[in-house]
Design a protein around this ligand. Structure first.
Ligand SMILES: [Zn+2]
Ligand SMILES: [Zn+2]
Length: 671
C-alpha cells in the first residue's frame, strides 16, 4: 500500500486579485488530480470552487501558509488544455485575471459548494438519447450561389474564416444548415457551434435544426435557461454528446472537445459584445478559437460589421456572396423616403404611410411599424413653466408609461406615479412630449378601430415565453399591424408582411458616436428585410426630415457595398477603428471630480510611448443611479503596442488601490 503523498495544486479563483493560488492535496495512489478539474477550496474565509491550472510536487509557498484543498470534483472530466488556453487568451486580451474569465464562463451549478446538481445532470445526461431511426426533413434545394457557399464552408479544412454576405431573405440559414450537414457527415464525433445574437431568434432556428438533424443531439446555451437546464446542456457539450450547440454570446466559452465548425449568424450584431463584467466580443473570441483549433468559421450578415468587411476586402476573410432572395419570385422590397417636412405627420404617421397601411388592411396583408423607443412618450412637460420629467438619479428623463400610469427611468428603474400637477408651478395640464411605441399603438387603434394591432417591445414581453407567444400570433396571421422596437427587426420571417414603416430614425444621423451611422444602416436594412420574404411585392416607407442624407440613399438602393466602402474610407482618413485600436478606462464616483481626478492620475502613472491617451471626459450620460461616470480613451495604431501598454498599465492601476471603482474595456463599441 502506498501512503498518500502530498502534491500542490495551482488553483484559479474568481477574484480580481492575483487569480492563482497554491493548495496542498493528499494524493491517494494513482489519484493525482488533473489540470482542468474543479476543486473546492477555502479562500478568504469562504469556501469556493476554483479551477486547477497546475499540479506540482513542490511549491514555494511556506508550509505554514499552505491550506489543503477540500475536495476535487473528479466526477467531471477535466476541461481541456485548449479550453484553458482559450480562457487564458481572453484573460490576457481583456486584461482580467484568469479566474475572473474562466469560472464565470461555467454554469453556476458547477460553482456551488455541493455536487448535487452536477451528479443529477450526469445521471440525466447518461439517460438522454436521440431518436433511434430518425427521418430528417428534406433540405430545400439551394440556388447556385447558396450551393457554392455551403460547399465552400462545409468543405473547408483548417483555419478558413468566411464572410457570408447575403441580402436579407437570401437563405443564409439554409447555407449554414447544409454546411453543417457536410461537417457532421465527415467528422464522426465532430461538434458545431452556432452563435445567434438574440434569444428570441433561437426557437425558429432551433426547430429547423431539430427537424434537419433529428439523429444528432442539440444543446442550447443562453441566459433564459434555468440553472438545471444550463448545467445539463453545458455538460452535453463538454462530454461531446451534443454535436450541435446553439447559443448566444455566452456559448463561446462553452467546452467543446471536438469542435469542427463555428457559425456566427448576424455577426454585426452589437449583442455579441458583453457590456458589463468581462467585456468580451464573442465574435472576436470565436475567430481566435477557430484559429486555435485550425477549423473553419463563417460569419454571416446582410450588413457586416466594418471590421469584418475590412478583413474581407483585404483578403483575410474569404467573401461568399448571396445577391438574391432564396424564395422564388421574392425580390427585395421597394424602399421609399417620405419627407416629413412636406407630409406632416399626425399621431406620428404621415398620410402616405397611413394610406399604405389601409391598403394592406384591405388586401389582408400585414404591416410592421418600427420605432426604437418604448413607452408612451420619452418625457412629460409643463407648458406653463417648462418643467420636464427628469430622473433625480440620472442624466436622463423619466419616460411616460401611460397604460401602467407610471413614469419610469429606463436607466436606473426609478418609478413613480404620474404627477397630477406640475411639481414646480402646480399647473395640472402636463403634456407628453414625443412618442414611443405605446403612443403609436394608441394612435393606430384610433385610426383603424377594426384592425388587430399588436405591440412587441420589452414592456409587452416581460413574462417568460410571452415574446414567443406574441410572434406566434403574428405568424398565424392574427395580427394586421405590428408595432415594435428592435425586437421585431431581426430574423423573423413573417409570410404576410408586405409593408414596413420606419418612424423617426433621424436622431442617429447626428450622434457623436462614430459607429451610429453603421448601426443605423444595419438596423434599417434588417427591419426593411422583414418585408416581402414570401414573394409578394412589398415596400418600406421611411419617415424622415432628411431625405437627402446619403445614408438613406444607400438604404433606398440596398447598397451596402458602397456605403461600407465610403465609411471605411472615412474611418481610415479620420484614423478610427478598424484602422486604429482602442481601449477605454471608465471610472465611477459619487462626485464627477473624483472620477476625473482618478483618470488624470491613471493617465500619468506609466510611460506610454506610441500610445495616445486622451483627456478624461464625463461620459455622455454622466450620472446613472446617483453615480457619476467619466472615461479615458487610449489609442494606438499597433495592436501589440496597445496590448503591451495595457498589461503594464493595469498592473500599475491595481497597485494604486484607489477607492474609485474603475473598469477597462478593450475594443469598446460605445464611446
Ligand atoms: Zn409647471
Ligand atoms: Zn434614473
Amino acid at each position: 500500500m502506498n501512503n498518500p503523498r502530498p502534491c500542490y495544486l495551482q488553483i484559479a479563483i474568481d477574484t480580481p486579485l492575483n487569480a492563482v493560488f497554491d493548495y496542498r492535496w493528499q494524493c491517494e495512489a494513482g489519484q493525482r488530480p488533473q489540470i482542468g478539474q474543479l476543486a473546492l477550496v477555502s479562500f478568504a474565509r469562504r469556501e469556493v470552487v476554483g479551477l486547477i491550472v497546475g499540479v506540482a510536487d513542490h511549491t514555494d509557498v511556506p508550509v505554514d501558509k499552505l491550506k489543503d484543498a477540500l475536495a476535487v470534483r473528479s466526477q467531471l472530466s477535466p476541461l481541456s488544455a485548449k479550453w484553458l488556453a482559450l480562457a487564458g487568451f481572453a484573460a490576457d486580451y481583456y486584461q482580467r485575471p484568469l479566474g475572473e474569465v474562466a469560472l464565470p464562463g461555467l454554469p453556476k451549478n458547477l460553482r456551488v459548494l455541493t455536487t448535487v446538481a452536477l451528479d443529477r445532470a450526469i445521471k440525466k445526461l447518461a439517460k438522454l438519447e436521440v431518436p433511434h431511426d430518425p427521418t430528417p426533413a428534406n433540405p430545400p434545394s439551394l440556388n447556385a450561389s447558396q450551393q457554392e457557399a455551403a460547399d465552400a464552408i462545409g468543405g473547408a479544412q483548417g483555419f478558413k474564416p468566411s464572410l457570408l454576405y447575403g441580402v436579407t431573405g437570401s437563405g443564409k440559414t439554409e447555407v449554414y444548415l447544409q454546411a453543417c450537414a457536410q461537417v457532421l457527415a465527415r467528422e464522426p464525433d465532430g461538434q458545431i457551434l452556432i452563435l445567434v445574437p438574440e434569444i428570441n431568434l433561437t426557437p425558429q432556428l432551433e426547430g429547423n435544426i431539430r427537424a434537419r438533424f433529428p439523429g444528432v443531439m442539440l444543446a442550447t446555451l443562453h441566459s433564459s435557461l434555468s440553472e438545471g437546464e444550463r448545467m445539463l446542456h453545458w455538460l452535453a457539450a463538454h462530454e461531446g454528446k451534443a454535436r450541435i450547440v446553439l447559443g448566444t454570446r455566452l456559448a463561446i466559452l462553452s467546452s467543446l472537445p471536438h469542435l469542427k465548425l463555428i457559425v456566427i449568424d448576424e455577426e454585426h450584431d452589437p449583442s455579441y459584445k458583453q457590456q458589463e463584467g468581462l467585456r468580451y466580443s464573442a465574435r472576436d473570441l470565436a475567430v481566435w478559437r477557430a484559429w486555435q483549433l485550425q477549423i473553419p468559421i463563417v460569419l454571416g450578415s446582410a450588413t457586416p460589421s466594418l471590421e469584418s468587411w475590412h478583413h474581407a476586402q483585404s483578403g483575410r476573410y474569404r467573401k461568399l456572396e448571396l445577391r438574391e432572395r432564396a424564395v422564388k419570385n421574392a425580390v427585395l422590397p421597394t424602399v421609399k423616403l417620405i419627407d416629413m417636412e412636406r407630409d406632416k405627420p399626425s399621431d406620428g404617421l404621415t398620410s402616405q404611410l397611413v394610406a399604405a397601411i389601409k391598403q394592406r388592411m384591405e388586401r389582408g396583408e400585414q404591416s410592421l411599424l418600427f420605432l426604437n423607443r418604448r413607452g408612451y412618450a420619452p418625457v412629460i412637460c409643463c407648458e406653463s413653466c417648462g418643467w420636464i420629467s427628469e430622473c433625480t438619479r440620472c442624466t436622463s428623463f423619466m419616460v411616460l408609461h401611460r397604460p401602467e400610469h407610471r413614469l419610469r427611468c429606463h436607466h436606473c428603474s426609478l418609478e413613480m406615479r404620474i404627477p397630477r400637477h406640475c411639481p414646480t408651478c402646480g399647473n395640472v395640464d402636463l403634456q407628453p412630449l414625443g412618442r414611443g411605441t405605446q403612443r403609436v399603438e394608441e394612435g393606430l387603434q384610433a385610426m383603424f378601430p377594426e384592425a388587430r394591432v399588436l405591440r412587441i417591445d420589452a414592456d409587452s414581453t416581460r413574462k417568460k415565453g410571452s415574446a414567443q407567444e406574441a410572434f406566434d400570433t403574428v405568424h398565424r396571421g392574427e395580427v394586421d399591424i405590428l408595432i415594435g422596437t428592435q425586437m421585431v427587426a431581426k430574423g423573423h420571417d413573417f409570410k404576410k408582411l408586405t409593408l414596413v414603416g420606419i418612424l423617426n430614425p433621424d436622431t442617429a444621423l447626428f450622434s457623436q458616436d462614430y459607429r451610429a451611422s453603421e448601426r443605423l444602416f444595419a438596423q434599417l436594412m434588417q427591419v426593411a428585410g422583414r418585408a416581402g420574404r414570401a414573394g409578394i411585392p412589398s415596400e418600406v416607407l421611411i419617415q424622415t426630415r432628411y431625405p437627402q442624407h446619403p445614408l438613406y440613399g444607400a438604404v433606398v438602393h440596398h447598397d451596402y457595398d458602397h456605403f461600407a466602402s465610403a465609411l471605411l474610407e472615412e474611418r481610415e482618413q479620420a484614423a478610427l477603428p478598424p484602422y486604429l485600436f482602442q481601449a477605454l478606462l471608465r471610472a465611477e464616483a459619487r462626485e464627477l471630480a473624483t472620477a476625473i481626478e482618478f483618470l488624470n492620475m491613471a493617465r500619468d502613472c506609466v510611460e506610454h510611448p506610441g500610445i495616445t491617451i486622451n483627456d478624461p471626459i464625463p461620459m455622455t450620460m454622466t450620472r446613472v443611479h446617483n453615480v457619476d461616470r467619466a472615461q479615458l480613451l487610449v489609442e494606438s495604431p499597433s495592436r501589440p503596442a496597445l496590448q503591451a501598454f495595457l498589461k503594464e498599465w493595469m498592473h500599475a492601476l491595481r497597485e494604486m488601490k484607489s477607492r474609485v471603482k474603475w473598469s477597462l474595456e478593450v475594443d469598446p463599441l460605445d464611446i
